[in-house]
Design a protein around this ligand. Sequence first.
Ligand SMILES: *Cc1c(COP(=O)(O)O)cnc(C)c1O
Ligand code: SF4
Length: 378
Amino acid sequence: MELWQEMLRQSVDSSKDLVERFGFDPALAGRLNSLFHIRINPYYLSLIRYPGDPIWLQCIPDGKELDEDGLPEDPLAEDSHSPVPSIVHRYPDRVLFLTTSQCSMYCRFCTRKRKVGDSTKINMKYIQDGIDYIAAHPEVRDVILSGGDPLMLTDFMLERIISGLRAIPHVEIIRLGTKMPCVLPQRVTPKLCRMLKKYHPIYINTHFNHPWECTPEAKRACEMLADAGIPVGNQAVLMKGVNDNPDVMLELMRKLLAMRVRPYYLYQADITKGANHFRTPVNVGLEIMDKLRGHTSGLAIPYYVIDAPGGGGKIPLLPQYVLGRNGNQIILRNYKYEIFTYPDVEEDPKVPTPTVEKKYARKPKRPKHSYEPDKVQV
Ligand SMILES: *Cc1c(COP(=O)(O)O)cnc(C)c1O
Ligand code: SF4
């Protein structure tokens, strides 16, 4: 057994553990445990500094998860974009490929609680269906291995899936969405890196939410991936009590860059049943973005996105930089709230510039053969 597998075996993962180690009321612990899995491995557990801290909030269950909040279990309508159980195909040219239900830690805010940890919903037996679906859809040029956490698979299984995908000529890039560099960096081994680099172009997006997660172990894992030629990005989730603060977020983004991880997305927390206590006002996110842009390296700035309820995909949000227009002048402000006017280029009325509004306007029908002499109108 590899070290990471041994560490997983030593996880806190039962209601009994909650009672004995964290003083939970047995009845509450039982209800929480039956609602959504618990798994905190000794490495991640060691990052907790005090009860209720940003690490604790992400991994230790909370009575609020039982609230009758009436919120949806599948807020992003992933199931309705699922042509086979292992595939979510929402965008034209890329798919999520759910390869395992298992995670190295069960995040209390997970948006896929309805499936994650449940091997009847995400299962090896659906993997071949997923590969067949991708092979039959030449428009799919980007495959994102997700789950669960695809690095919960053994190197052997993972290689079978990745080599299966690489055998499909139209699959250009393969991405892995994995929380391992953050929650169990010991999973990133030289053997894993040697395997992955055979199948380039491979990209990884990982999931750090707080600067305390940027440990020497995590740094080593990210550097090993980068040394294997894998660009590593980060998808953070904005959460109340965890990172809803511009200084914390700035520190996280800088630390990630120093670990060779490029911030990619900052997600507004999804409207998920049992996770409403993590949500923050959108203004908090906009305020954070405002305090990042200009104040630190542009490389440290993620896109702040809302995953549209009902499955509309990710929608980016920006603080207001365009204050208005004065005729031809655009009024802008910079990161220090200084005002600038920018003289826009006059639009030539004869050559309409395609703008977003115009794109949605009905296009006038153009006669197909207007060059034919008998149809030319003078
Ligand atoms: C997030 C997501 C992707 C990937 O989106 P990118 O913007 O390309 O990173 C693909 N499919 C689904 C269903 C997603 O939710
Ligand atoms: S690692 Fe991802 S899929 Fe697994 S519990 Fe956390 S958020 Fe959910």
